[in-house]
Design a protein around this ligand. Structure first.
Ligand SMILES: NC(=O)c1ccc[n+]([C@@H]2O[C@H](COP(=O)([O-])OP(=O)(O)OC[C@H]3O[C@@H](n4cnc5c(N)ncnc54)[C@H](OP(=O)(O)O)[C@@H]3O)[C@@H](O)[C@H]2O)c1
Length: 189
């Protein structure tokens, strides 16, 4: 079982633009990617409040510009300090604070499958801080945004990430799969 940050980013390292828009990503349409194989191996999902609210606004709520039902069969943990609306029929648990006990719950739910950290970057950083992030799988889109929500606002330099693979999808995406080094100062205890 791995805890994986799977996402798409601009070439200059942003997962959403400064208005939390993903139009730069959706312009590529339903390009072939690794998602179907990836999601088959996921047993639990975590995301931050902004990401969840993006889904509510753009996919779930009446008048959404990309209407679709909640698409995850796996249980999902949403980190928030507020009371956010639930989605009927979706297994969503609202949590806050330290990611360690939540990660333990997620591991129990995931069985031998992987944990998907959807984002955003700082939430994934909180898992990294606790020594709980195993892999980063990022599809780099052929765009630059100049500013926005950062991919992973942490310093991981020495030891560096280890590149496991690099795949090309069409003429727009390079998917980079990294293993995160074990932190010498990991603080899971
Ligand atoms: N490119 C992609 O594939 C992709 C993937 C994922 C997300 N995105 C986009 O990227 C952007 C990410 O936004 P973001 O960086 O603001 O991140 P986010 O992680 O989605 O949301 C951040 C919010 O989560 C809550 N939170 C985080 N850690 C918490 C904790 N330990 N306890 C309680 N609450 C916690 C806080 O909200 P409260 O105010 O509720 O406390 C915080 O303001 C969004 O626009 C999203 O749609 C893009």
């Amino acid at each position: 079982m791995k805890t994986q940050y799977y996402t798409a980013a601009s070439l200059d390292g942003f997962i959403a633009d400064s208005h939390h828009s993903l139009d730069w990503l959706f312009q590529f349409g339903e390009a072939e990617d690794s998602y179907p194989n990836f999601i088959d191996e996921v047993g639990a999902i975590a995301m931050g409040a902004t990401t969840y609210e993006w889904i509510l606004t753009h996919q779930i709520n009446e008048g959404a510009d990309r209407p679709q039902a909640w698409s995850y069969e796996q249980p999902a943990w949403v980190f928030t300090s507020r009371i956010l609306p639930a989605i009927e029929g979706a297994d969503i648990r609202f949590v806050k604070g330290d990611v360690l006990p939540v990660h333990q719950e997620m591991m129990a739910a995931a069985g031998n499958k992987n944990i998907w950290l959807v984002g955003g970057g700082d939430l994934v950083g909180q898992f990294y801080d606790r020594g709980l992030l195993d892999e980063v799988i990022v599809s780099i889109a052929s765009v630059t945004l100049g500013s926005g929500a950062p991919l992973l606002p942490r310093t991981i330099a020495t030891p560096p990430l280890r590149l496991l693979s690099a795949k090309v999808y069409g003429d727009a995406f390079a998917e980079l799969h990294y293993e995160v080094p074990v932190r010498p100062d990991r603080t899971t205890a």
